[in-house]
Design a protein around this ligand. Sequence first.
Ligand code: HEM
Length: 466
Amino acid sequence: MESQWGDGGSVDLDDTRLETLDPRPLLTRDYETRPALVYERLRQQHGPVAPVDLLGVPAWLVLGYRESLQVLQDDDGWPKGLENWRARTEGRVPADWPLGPSLEVNHILIQGGPGYRPLRTAWDVALKPFQDPRHPQAKRLKAAVTAYADELITLVGQGGRTGVADLSAQFSRPLPLMVASHLLGFPGSQGDDALMDMWRVLDAGPDAEAALERLLATLAELAALKLQKPGDDFPSYLLAAYPDLSLDHLARELFMLLGMTSDHVGILISNTVVEVISGEGSVRASLSAGMVRESMNRVVMRKPPLVNFVPRFAARDTPLGNYTIRAGDPVWVSPGAAHADPLFADHVASGTTISTRAHLSWGAGPRQCPARELASTVAAAGVGRLFERFEHLDLALPADQLPWRSSPFMRGLRSLPVRYELAATPAGPPVGGLAPEAAGEVLPDPSARQRSSLWRYLTGLIRGGR
Ligand code: HEM
């Protein structure tokens, strides 16, 4: 046993080394189907911090709520940045490690070091117009979400006023993609086509690598366009806030925005829809009282879209849980597990509409999600519109049999089969929303939309009463 002086005086360090522990794989079939069980087993065996194997690479998984906060709130003690990863520097991370491509695209979520702070400040500035409810840009965004939601719902309705649909493929997934296209300031509906490549990347199928290349090239073109001709959009705002950003770097930041928007917001929308449909009567009642947001806060806490965060690295040998984490060891904070920690879970009263705000689903500390308001607004406006336009929505499968998809980072529904009945009279503008003419300004020319490959894909999904 060694000894080291920390802030609180002398602390004992054990002799454990991550590389000699030979941990068990995390990403098993159980992780896919019953993640809570996997976390519980690890907690029982190792306590709040457990060694795991992530597709052939050892890492520490933080399962404890207190320990998660300890890591997230101390960016100096647990910085991000792959350059801090000892095993990688020593050549012990295989070149073909499956998680390599997503972690090696260096953007704000992954980045550490001195470049991070100015970049985060620029992100905060660039997001502000979309997040400040009094700003015209935020109003336009809300109107756009409602207008896109209307387009998608009308398309579902082409299968008949009653029928069956997959609300994941036909609503929760395309809606944030259309929003991302709006945020990025793509001309017309051109963005929808290019951005469909994001799905190929996220689905990690055989065409994922080619799709990633195409997507980065498209985003680099867009970045160059915005440099020449700035508009009222996120890339232009980011460039204005950070004029030294190279085009290549800007493209990577846009890629990050696209990934977060299209995947995580989509997951949040689907989970909220399930909560509203299958929750107790009070949930639907509270919805009509304009409480979509509260419902969503509960959902995001119970089912965090990001179940594990990208790695941070111990700046020095540090005790955490029952182990000593060696300088340069990777540490993955797991809100999926931390929310099941009795320390946290026992404080969350089940079945109440009052939910705790102490959850980690948006992160914690200095690197907390800067787009929480934006993501919540998009999801709430989309879900709100869905329940205005559909008179009845029922799950076509019992809630506990809905299919889930998991990656090392996220967990969301693979599909969301429903039986629906559209309201007889089309809904007017949403309560507190903009007039339809204002929403019309944000929609691309309908004939261009119909020609887009996103639209052709969505039209192919219409099932109606079949
Ligand atoms: C439901 C949707 C979303 C959820 C649940 C979510 C959650 C999170 C979480 C947990 C983190 C912290 C990760 C960590 O500590 O390692 C994070 C960071 C971040 N998120 Fe979000 N996010 C969402 C949507 C978005 C959207 C739509 C954007 C962009 C428009 C965005 C931009 C970012 C950025 C830039 C960071 C990195 C912040 C930093 O490192 O300083 N997020 N998000």
